[in-house]
Design a protein. Sequence first.
Length: 400
Amino acid sequence: MGFWRTLRTGEPDPALSVAAAAVERDRRARVRFSGVVIDSGVLYGTQTWPWDQAVSRVSRRDALTVPAVKRARDLVVGTLGSLPLDLIGPGNRPEPWTLFEQPEEDTPRTVSMTRTFEDLLFEGTSWWLVQYLGWHGMPVKARRLDPGTVNVPVDSPTYRTAAGNSGMQTVWRSDAQLIRFDSPNDPLLVAGARAIRACIALDAAALRNADGSPPVDYFTPTDVDLDDDEVDALNEDWAEARKTRSTAYIPSSVEYHVAGWDPEKLQLAEARQHAVLEIARLAGVDPEDLGVSTTSRTYFNAQDRIRSFVNGTLAGYLRAVEDRLSMPDVTPPGFEARFNLSDLLKADDTSRITVASQAIASGLMSRGAEARAYFDPTLPPDAPAITAPAPAPALEPANA
C-alpha cells in the first residue's frame, strides 16, 4: 500500500519516515567529536554493557566454587541448620513433635534443615512434600524437594459466551501436600550474580598469571628477526642453561629484558579482596570471617558478634521458617514453632554463674526451678534438684 502510494503521489511512505526519524534521533544522541560519531559505549575504552537489563542468575554449582561464597554459606546455613526446633504449647513449654524432631525419615534433622535454609539463601524458596499424616491430621514426615524441580500447576478452564467469544481464566490450585517456605531476602544467586561472576573472573585471571602468563623475562632482536626454529632453539638453550648454571651469556643478536611485573598485582590481590568484601555484604556476614581485614570497626567480644549476627542476618530466615511451620496446616491451633537459641546466645560459664548469683542474691531468681531453667531450659519446672554425689567411703587396708 505504501509503495503504490509513493509511486502515484511521490510522497514518502509514513512508516519509512518514522523509522528514518528514529535512526536520526539515535545518531544525534551519540557523542560527536570533529564530525566523527563515537559510540558512548566504547568511549575511552569502556565496554558496552546493557545496564538497564537484568543480570541472569548464577548456578549454585558455579557459586560454590568461589571460596567466599562457600564460607558465607557455611556460616549462615550451617548455623541455622544446627539450631533445635521446638513446638511451644500454650503453657510456653516445648512439646514433642515428630515433624520437628526429624522431618525426613531417612535424613538427620540437621541435614534436612540445613538444606532447607540453603534453598532459602540461594533460591529464595524451599519446598517440603508431605509424605505421612499423623492421627491428628498434621504432617509427621516430609521430603525436601529441589526447588528447580517444583512447578506450580495452573488450571486454566476455557469459558465461552453465547455470542461465541471465548476466554481463559487462570486459577491457581493449592496443593495440601506441599509446604512452601519463602525467604524475606532476595536470592543470593540473583542479587549477587555480578559479584559472584567478578570473583570467578578474578580467580581465573590470577590462575592464568600463576601458570606463567605474562612472562617474567623476554628477548628482542637487535637487527633482524629470527625465524620460529631459531626462537625455539634460543628459548630451549636459555632454559636449559638456567637450570645448570647461574651466569648467563646473551648473544649479540638479541637483547634481554626483565619484565617489571609486581607479584601482588599479578595475583590481583586488591581486586579480589574487594570482590570478597562484596560477597560478605550480600550474605550479611562479617568480612573478617571471610578473610578480609577491616581496619576501622567497633570492638565486639565473641558473644556480641554472635548476637549481632543473629539479629542482623539470621533473624529473617528464622522468622520465615517459624511463621510457616506455625500455620494451621502444620501445627495445631495454639501451638507455634520456635527455634531454641539458648545454646547459641549463652555466655561463658563464669559469666552465667555470676549473673545467676547476683539474681538470686537480689531476689530476682529462686534457687530452685528458676535457677535450673536458667542453666538448662529443657528441664521441666518440677525436676528434682541436682545434688552432689556422696563421697565414697575410705578403703581399709588389706591387712587390717
